[in-house]
Design a protein around this ligand. Sequence first.
Ligand code: ZN
Length: 397
Amino acid sequence: MTALPADCVDRIRRAINRDRLLATATELIAVPSPTGQAGAVSDRLAELITADGFAVRREIADHPAAPAVLATLDSGKPGPTMQFNGHLDVVHLPFVPPRVEGNRLLGSGSCDMKAGVAAAWEAVRALRDADALPMGKILFSANDLHEAPWGLGEQLNALIRAGIHGDAVLIPESLRTPLPIAGRGSATWKLHLRRSGEPVHEVYRPMDEPSVIAAAADWVARLEQFDRELAQESHPLAGAASVFIGQIHSGEIYNQYPQVCMIEGTRRWLDGTSSDAVRADFFARLDALARDRGVTVDCEWKLIREAFQLDPHCRLVEAFQANHALLSGEPLPIGAKRFVDDGNSFWGIAGIPAITHGPIAAGAHTVHEWVDLDDLVRVATLYALTAVSFCSGESLV
Ligand SMILES: [Zn+2]
């Protein structure tokens, strides 16, 4: 990919405004937004965008309490759409207001990920101010319902399914390195094995009723075998498909014949397998267990995110790496995505390439969040440059 002209890079760098970026991040952090209740901060962001002179679009996307916030920078010339996407909700912990200490911004969501959202928005403003987008569009979007267990990405999934997305996405979660190119999909499962009778003293045990503990032991053995088979499906970076048991419980005391056994765990899979197929297979295995053991089974299955894959030679990665090298001296090493994130949804639902990359930060999911302000400015600059490279026609392949 051809490097951007030096004067274009200079104009963008000069247009990135650190004070304006810090002010936006501070405003977003100042509005509490536990997952599911990001309405007020979404409204605040919409006001800020309007004050910046952009038109705001709100999309309910299955979540009327906090319609998603969208804005577009249109070059006026045809070309691809680069999307910046982030979530405005934070995990349910006591609220910590924003404050600056030296080069750090602290407060709820500073790390995960309101400062990242502010950096993405600063990139849009800078591109507008520098008049630096030669063709195509930037779609900026921010949503609620990201953080589990209160959300499972439902609002973003609804937007993607409705066709509201770009041709490639940058997600400013606080991942500085590596550049993740492969990750497993994941789901959680929780099942109850039951027999029909009441809990009774074991000496009164009805001999025609199955032992839920023996059925559970059988399930554990079956999953152990299944996990060995899944281990054959392995990706050098993402690791192996797996099934995992994290908790099992039955019974109250040593001599009572229990009625129910609870077991829960996870299932992970690789790109190329759909979550629907994984789910259907799992439930077929449960049906077989119920039939063989004479127990009833109910299972809560929660899809967390689909599997993730990113072609390291695609246009998005080339645009990103060229500009990362420009700003930081070298491209990012590629690596695995250990945890699922919204990039999995873009790829799994719509086949859209997505890069998760954000500022140096720490304390996600604690009351001690912070983000490095110098690095936040770097992220805003990198997003703006990458968008121009991605949207520019000269090296379209
Ligand atoms: Zn996050």
